[in-house]
Design a protein around this ligand. Structure first.
Ligand code: NAP
Length: 304
């Protein structure tokens, strides 16, 4: 029997990834959506979240595809109404918000899944296995993409809580924190804020153990989502295409067959079935630390 899920916030990621992943899975049924303007053809639409929670007790899972700023209030209501909750990345605007959601989920006895879609990249599990038990000597993350393409007109990314270039950068950090045998921490950061904006458009971050990260949101043409890690006496591991291509010592490796979002929904089905939650905040800790330690530059103004 399939599980009924309601998508909240029918926008870019809901349309690009969540709806196709749910439609393709025999484990899931898209039973409703909640969105102020958006809808999915053939699926009941609610404009008010409270009304959906009241009228559809048959829907056991809520998948929150909203920007991070409004997400906490929706998640809180869903958990208090006894629903299992999937959070898009980043799981919240702040760490404390998500700690509170964890507490509420435990209190209600329901599943909370803070998803990190990039961790489901096809090469990530292989990279983790190649580095297991090794000492990391150096690492380099290069994450450069075009904000106008991936976030067309989305002003929220430059508002407080929107993370700016760390919105894609946290995907790299979700992979880094998954594959490294031992954690690293931020030691220095430099952040470029467009004149008049609240979040950075580029950043350079240095971590312990010789790991560094370069983020840029103005790259047009080919997009770069690469992570290279060198271990002492061990392999050189490179993940390209946002974790979907794995190279070990220059040789391309086979990876998982499953795409990122189908893998997230399969994991959610497993968590609900087992009565477990999965909330790892380590990628958001690095972002918070980079924002705390970062030197700030003001750069050219940005408009979409
Ligand atoms: P989006 O299209 O701007 O927003 C999704 C929908 O949320 C909107 O269409 C809007 O629907 C609703 N919404 C926006 N602001 C709201 C508010 N203040 N209160 C209530 N509803 C609101 O954003 P997105 O690109 O899908 O990103 C959503 C999340 O997915 C983000 O956390 C992002 O990091 C993550 N994500 C995005 C991408 C990507 O490629 N864009 C990739 C992976 C993950 P209504 O107006 O109909 O209510």
């Amino acid at each position: 029997m399939s599980r009924k899920v309601c998508i909240v916030g029918v926008g870019k990621i809901a349309r690009d990834q969540h709806v196709p992943a749910i439609d393709a899975s025999p484990e899931w049924e898209l039973a409703a959506t909640v969105s102020r303007q958006g809808s999915v053809e053939g699926v009941p639409t609610f404009r008010d979240f409270d009304v959906m929670l009241l009228e559809r007790p048959d829907i056991e899972v809520v998948s929150l595809c909203l920007p991070p700023q409004p997400r906490f209030q929706y998640a809180r209501k869903a958990l208090k109404a006894g629903r299992h909750v999937m959070l898009e990345k980043p799981p919240g605007q702040t760490l404390a918000e998500v700690h509170e959601l964890e507490r509420l989920a435990a209190e209600a006895g329901v599943t909370l899944f803070a998803t990190w879609h990039s961790r489901m990249g096809k090469g990530v599990a292989g990279a983790k296995a190649a580095l297991a038990g090794r000492e990391v000597r150096a690492g380099k993350i290069t994450w450069k993409e075009d904000v106008r393409h991936w976030h067309p007109g989305q002003e929220w990314v430059f508002e407080p809580g929107g993370l700016g270039v760390f919105d894609p950068g946290i995907n790299a950090l979700s992979i880094l924190t998954e594959i490294l045998p031992r954690p690293v921490h931020v030691v220095r950061a430099e952040l470029d804020f467009p004149d008049g904006r609240q979040t950075p458009i580029a950043a350079r971050v240095e971590f312990s153990r010789g790991v560094s990260m370069e983020l840029d949101w103005l790259q047009t043409g080919p997009q770069t989502w690469d992570i290279e890690i060198e271990a002492e006496d061990g392999p050189r591991v490179a993940l390209r295409s946002g974790g979907n291509e794995l190279w070990v010592d220059g040789v391309r490796q086979d990876g998982s067959e499953v795409e990122e979002y189908p893998a997230l929904y399969a994991r959610m089905a497993e968590l609900v079935g087992r009565g477990e939650s999965d909330v790892d905040l380590s990628p958001l800790v690095h972002v918070a630390d980079a924002m705390t330690l970062g030197r700030r530059n003001v750069v050219a103004a940005f408009e979409f």
